[in-house]
Design a protein around this ligand. Structure first.
Ligand code: UDP
Length: 580
C-alpha cells in the first residue's frame, strides 16, 4: 500500500529516534538506512492491516485501518513488540517475541531444540525451555551403557549456541531455562550461576509446586523424582532448598522462581497439554512450540492531569484497536517451524499490556507506594482486561473463535467464544518504552535522572520530563536542584523539594520491596498471562527480606518473582551517577 502523503508527524523524542534508527529501521547491504521512521511505521501499519483481507467480514477498509494503526504508533499510544516493528512487511516476517520449545530426553530432541532456538533467535524472538524432562546427571544411558551428563551440561551447550547467533544483527538471543524443584539435579541448577558470566544468555527459574510450598511451610522433606521412571530417587528438606533459593537470589538475582501449578491452573487449553516453561522474561507462559506476540499501551498518553483522571473512552478505543492489531499480527507472521505455526494458530494467544504506569502516577500526583496507586492499578488493568476480552469476542463474531476453543476452559464453561485463548500480558517493554518515551511496564522510575546504557555501551542521559515540569510549576527548578537530582537520582531526602512532591516523585530505590511486589500482584489479578516485574531491593536488603517477598508473592497470587538487590552484579543496565 502506497504511503499517503498526509500522515500525521511522529511524536518521537531524540533518544527514541536514535534507537529507532539504530535498531529498527531497515538497512541496505552497506548499513545505509532504507526508510525514514515515518516510513517504518507505515510499513508496519500497512502490513498488519493487510491481514484483514483474509476475512470477509470487517468494519474497516484496508487503508482506513492502516491509518488507524499508524496513528496508534505515531502518537506513541501503543507499540507492538520489537520483532513486529523490525520485521512486519519484510522478507523475514517473523513478528513474535516469545517462544517456548520442548526439550525431550534424547540426543535428537536436545539438538533439535538447539537448532530451533537458533532459528528463532535469528528472527528476533526469545526462547524458553524446561529442562525437567532430561534425565539426571550420572544416570544410565540405555543405548550406550554410559552415563548421562544431565540438564546443566546441556544448558551450557544451549548457552554457547546462543552466543554465536546474533538476532538478525540486532539483539542477542534471550533464553529462559526452567527446572522443576523435584528434579534430581535441582541443587546444581540453583547454584550454577555462582560464577559470574556463567550461562550469561540465560535467565533461570526454578518451577515450584504447591506441594513443595506446603512442605516448606511444614518444614517437611519432599521427594526428588527421576524424569524417565517417575520413581523417587532421593529426598531433600523443602525449607533448606527454599533457603538456598533465597540465598542465591540475594547473592546474584538468579535463579528466580515460578509457581508452576498456578500457571497451569490458568492454562486455557489444558487439552493440548501442560505448560512447563515461560518466555525469557517470565511474563508469558506457553505450551511447547507455542509463540505469542505482545503489545503495550502507553498509559501516560491517557492521563487527564487537570481532572486527575484517565481518558477512559480513549483508552477503550485504543485497547480495541490494539487487540485487532495483535490478532492480525498472528496471520501476518511467518513462524520458523511448521509445529509453531500449528500451535500458534490453534490458540491465537496475544498479550496486550501496558507501559508508562509510573509516569501516569506522576502525572496524577499519586505515590507509587500508596494504597491509591494499588487500587488505581487494579482498576486500570481490570478495565483493559475486560475491554480486551470484549474486543476478542467481537473478533470471534467476525472471524470465528480460536480453533481450540470448543475443548478449552472457555468452551467447556460456555463462556462465549473468544478469538484469542489469552489477551493480556505485562511485558518489560525494555526498548518499546524508550521509543514511547515513557517508564517501562509497571516499573517505577529507576531514577528521576539517569544514564541508560543501551546497545554496545552507548549512553543516553534522561531526566524525567513530568518531574521537571512539576518542579518548574512549583518554582523550585534551580540548576542546583537538577544537578543534585542527576547525581542522586532521587529526591526523597532533598529539602529543596516540597514534601508532597517528595512523596509523589518516588523511584525504584525509595520504594520498599513489599510495595514493588504488591504492585505486581495488583496487576496480576487482572492479567491472563503473567506480569514482568523486578522487585528492586537496596544493597543492604537481607535474605530475610527476600524470603518475605517470595512468600508474599506466593500468598498474593503472583505467577513468579524476580528480585534484584542493588549492586549485586558487576554489570547493571541502569545506574545513577552515584552508583557508577
Ligand atoms: N526479548 C528477547 N531479546 C531481548 C529482549 C526481549 O528475546 O533482547 C523477548 C523476550 O521474550 C521478552 C520479550 O521479548 O520476554 C519482551 O521483552 P521487552 O518487552 O523488553 O521487548 P521490547 O518489545 O521492548 O523490545
Amino acid at each position: 500500500m502506497q504511503m499517503p502523503d498526509d500522515l500525521p508527524d511522529l511524536s518521537l523524542s531524540e533518544n527514541a529516534e536514535l534507537v529507532l534508527r539504530k535498531r529498527y529501521v531497515r538497512k541496505g547491504p552497506e548499513g545505509e538506512e532504507m526508510e525514514t521512521p515515518q516510513e517504518l511505521f507505515w510499513r508496519v501499519a500497512a502490513a498488519i492491516a493487510a491481514s484483514e483481507t483474509a476475512y470477509e467480514q470487517t468494519p474497516f477498509s484496508q487503508e482506513a485501518l492502516a491509518r488507524r494503526f499508524y496513528d496508534l504508533m505515531a502518537s506513541c499510544r501503543f507499540f507492538p513488540n520489537s520483532p513486529t516493528l523490525m520485521n512486519a512487511g519484510t522478507e523475514l516476517g517473523q513478528l513474535a517475541a516469545c517462544f517456548v520449545l520442548p526439550v525431550g530426553d534424547s540426543m535428537e530432541e536436545i539438538f533439535d531444540a538447539i537448532k530451533y532456538a537458533a532459528l528463532i533467535h535469528k528472527s528476533g524472538g526469545g526462547t524458553g525451555f524446561s529442562f525437567s524432562r532430561l534425565r539426571a546427571a550420572d544416570s544410565r544411558v540405555g543405548s550406550t551403557g554410559g552415563v548421562a551428563s544431565g540438564p546443566i551440561s546441556f544448558l551450557r551447550i544451549f548457552n554457547t549456541a546462543t552466543e554465536q547467533v546474533k538476532q538478525g544483527g540486532t539483539r542477542r538471543g534471550a533464553n529462559m531455562g526452567i527446572l522443576r524443584v523435584d528434579h534430581p539435579d535441582i541443587l546444581e541448577f540453583i547454584r550454577v550461576k555462582e560464577r559470574e558470566g556463567e550461562l550469561n544468555n540465560f535467565n533461570l527459574s526454578v518451577a515450584l509446586t504447591e506441594d513443595f510450598m506446603r512442605r516448606v511451610e511444614a518444614d517437611a522433606e519432599y521427594p526428588l523424582i527421576a524424569p524417565q521412571s517417575e520413581k523417587e530417587v532421593g529426598r531433600l528438606r523443602a525449607r533448606e532448598v527454599f533457603t538456598l533459593l533465597v540465598q542465591k537470589a540475594w547473592e546474584s538475582g538468579d535463579p528466580g522462581i515460578i509457581f508452576l501449578d498456578r500457571i497451569n491452573r490458568d492454562n486455557p487449553t489444558p487439552q493440548l497439554g501442560d505448560i512447563e516453561a515461560t518466555n525469557p522474561c517470565g511474563e508469558q507462559p506457553l505450551l511447547p512450540y507455542e509463540a505469542c506476540n505482545l503489545g503495550s499501551i502507553n498509559l501516560s498518553r491517557f492521563a487527564d492531569a487537570p481532572a486527575q483522571e484517565l481518558d477512559w473512552e480513549g483508552l477503550r478505543e485504543s485497547v480495541h484497536l490494539a487487540v485487532r492489531f495483535l490478532d492480525n499480527v498472528i496471520d501476518a507472521s511467518v513462524y520458523p517451524l511448521p509445529q509453531i505455526t500449528d500451535q500458534v494458530k490453534r490458540n491465537r494467544k496475544i498479550g496486550l499490556g501496558i507501559m508508562g504506569w509510573a509516569d501516569l502516577l506522576y502525572q496524577l500526583r499519586i505515590a507509587y507506594d500508596s494504597r491509591q496507586a494499588l487500587s488505581l492499578g487494579e482498576k486500570v488493568m481490570d478495565f483493559i482486561q475486560k475491554e480486551a476480552r470484549s474486543a476478542s469476542k467481537d473478533l470471534a463474531r467476525e472471524r470465528g473463535p480460536f480453533p481450540a476453543y470448543a475443548d478449552s476452559v472457555f468452551g467447556k464453561q460456555n463462556l462465549g467464544p473468544y478469538r484469542n485463548a489469552t489477551t493480556t500480558t505485562i511485558a518489560p517493554t525494555g526498548t518499546l518504552s524508550i521509543l514511547a518515551g515513557c517508564s517501562s511496564g509497571i516499573e517505577p522510575l529507576f531514577a528521576l535522572s539517569f544514564v541508560r546504557e543501551v546497545m554496545d555501551g552507548e549512553r543516553l542521559v534522561e531526566t524525567n520530563p513530568i518531574f521537571r515540569q512539576a518542579m518548574e510549576e512549583a518554582g523550585c527548578a534551580s540548576q542546583r536542584l537538577l544537578d543534585e537530582v542527576a547525581r542522586k537520582g532521587t529526591v526523597r531526602d532533598m529539602e529543596l523539594v516540597p514534601d508532597d512532591m517528595r512523596n509523589v516523585f518516588v523511584t525504584a530505590m525509595d520504594i520498599d520491596g513489599e510495595a514493588h511486589l504488591r504492585m505486581q500482584a495488583a496487576f496480576q489479578k487482572y492479567t491472563d498471562n503473567a506480569v514482568s516485574k523486578t522487585v528492586n531491593l537496596p544493597h543492604e536488603a537481607t535474605q530475610e527480606d527476600i524470603r518475605h517477598i517470595y512468600w508474599l508473592a506466593y500468598e498474593q497470587g503472583c505467577k513468579g518473582v524476580t528480585v534484584y538487590r542493588d549492586g549485586c552484579k558487576s554489570v547493571q543496565v541502569l545506574s545513577t551517577e552515584e552508583s557508577r
